[in-house]
Design a protein around this ligand. Structure first.
Ligand SMILES: C[S@@+](CC[C@H](N)C(=O)[O-])C[C@H]1O[C@@H](n2cnc3c(N)ncnc32)[C@H](O)[C@@H]1O
Length: 241
């Protein structure tokens, strides 16, 4: 029997946002793996599992999270190689990931690396609540209604993709990976007339969480774990916690 690799989304941070299915799959797995930057450091996903399911033992695999493609790929391959033994033994291996495993997750690269050498491996995913959903709920923002649509953009290289997405005022915009460029994103929002109604959420559900209207956010970079939501046409009204 080929082994099974399961990407399990554990939500953005709050242990109450881990789904019942995720908890069941983690408890039924032969092995639960979490990504980390160092073997002696507890990563975000592991810390969520520790709170939501303290009975589940979590093993760590080191990943290179730098923007450089070569070391990143090498770390995915090394992580995949570390899983081959358990998968060859037919184990069900669960890999926990922030938010949803099919949206900007290390899981997809890991699964691709495993499949490159073990194509018979079964790959499954358990959906997780995403940061933008948690932020909409936290701020009481209706992000989409009727026939409106949404763009989810990343701002890891700067605000250009955000500025382009904001041009259509009937479209909601969600910005991921924009921490470093938050002041430039605020300027884009103001330039597009969409600062009012936009909300920023940093470290959602995690220690140090901050949620505020984009107009009131300090003019400084945030951490990597920051999300911006912009409802269509300036709809909104979140005035702060
Ligand atoms: C690599 S992506 C992971 C996305 C995740 N798979 C999801 O479905 O939400 C990382 C980005 O997700 C967003 N994010 C994830 N968790 C977050 C949190 N707890 N608070 C704020 N933003 C978060 C941030 O924009 C961050 O830069």
């Amino acid at each position: 029997m080929p082994g099974t690799l399961i990407g399990v989304g554990v939500g953005p941070g709050d242990p109450e946002l881990v789904t019942t299915r995720a908890l069941r799959v983690l408890r039924e797995a032969d092995r639960v793996i979490a990504p980390t930057l160092a073997l002696d450091a507890v990563g975000r996903a592991e810390s969520i599992v520790r709170q939501a399911a303290p009975d589940v033992a979590v093993e760590r695999l080191v990943f290179d999270m730098s923007p450089e493609p070569r070391p990143r790929r090498a770390s995915h391959e090394a992580a995949a190689a570390a899983l081959l033994g358990p998968l060859d033994a037919g184990e069900r291996v669960a890999f926990v990931t922030l938010g949803d495993p099919n949206i900007f997750s290390t899981f997809s690269a890991l699964a691709a690396s495993v499949l490159a050498t073990r194509p018979a491996t079964r790959v499954e995913t358990v959906p997780g609540i995403m940061a933008f959903q948690a932020l909409a709920a936290r701020s009481g923002t209706v992000l989409l209604d009727g026939t409106e649509s949404m763009r989810l953009v990343t701002a890891v290289d700067g605000p250009d993709a955000v500025t382009a997405a904001l041009a259509d005022t009937h479209q909601a915009v969600v910005v991921y990976k924009g921490g470093r460029h938050l002041p430039a994103i605020q300027k884009s929002l103001a330039g597009a007339g969409r600062l009012d109604g936009a909300v920023v959420g940093e470290l959602l559900g995690l220690p140090g969480e901050r949620v505020a209207p984009a107009a009131a956010w300090p003019d400084q970079a945030a951490t990597y774990l920051v999300t911006v939501i912009v409802p269509p046409g300036g709809r909104g009204g979140f005035e702060g916690p």
